[in-house]
Design a protein around this ligand. Sequence first.
Ligand code: SAH
Length: 244
Amino acid sequence: MRANYRMQRLYVPDDLAQGRAVEPSTAQTHYLVNVLRLGEGAEVLLFNGRDGEWRTTLTQAGKKKVELTPVEQTRKQPPLPDLLYCFAPLKQGRLDYLVQKAVEMGAGVLQPVITHHTQVAKLGLDRLQANAIEAAEQCGILAVPQVREPVRLERLLADWEAGRRLIFCDEDAGTNNPLPALQAIEERRLGLLVGPEGGFSDAERKELRAFPFVTAIPLGPRILRADTAAVAALALVQATIGDG
Ligand code: SAH
């Protein structure tokens, strides 16, 4: 069932069950009452990534307090997509964008990967997770991907899960057309890897190509910015062998 885009949708950490009132955060309360000017009896959709989506009604519970009481489950909780999205962290603004697009494009797990040319020192995982939640709120996505702790590329490959194919976006691939390589993939459990602004090092490229579970793909004849490459690669993978 498609999402209802008319009603406001908010993420809450609380369990959601019929009749069990939930108190939104201060920021969410401010948004509902002062920005959207919702009053007693107004309806808001809530989701928590576990219990599906619930239609709730707003009740004033004091001057600055409101409660949202679940009335009816409007959508069941879908499973988390299986696509493992591996990305070299980018500078903050582009990273926020990349995380939001990966959620919109159906990534299930977001795995930051530290490569030779990664230029980002400290990763704000809470901020990345908040970006993933915001993308889910805006796009009606109920399965909220989790952002994992960063790993080095060597570790990611050494611990790679049997049975999962890793599609690696190689800006040095010899051809321009990704379709033959993608269509030759038999596995349905997939991972996707996009490099940093500075690209993969030759040693990394050599290491990646040596693994039998890795498929290198081009993303066309032009070098794309890493965040553009992320969206292009996700669209290609989802459309050819993903959930497209
Ligand atoms: N090394 C390039 C930039 C790399 S772009 C340079 O500095 O000029 C960042 C990442 O996006 C790459 O590591 C790769 O994963 C992906 N990417 C960009 N353009 C691509 C292309 N044409 N084919 C495959 N991957 C690409």
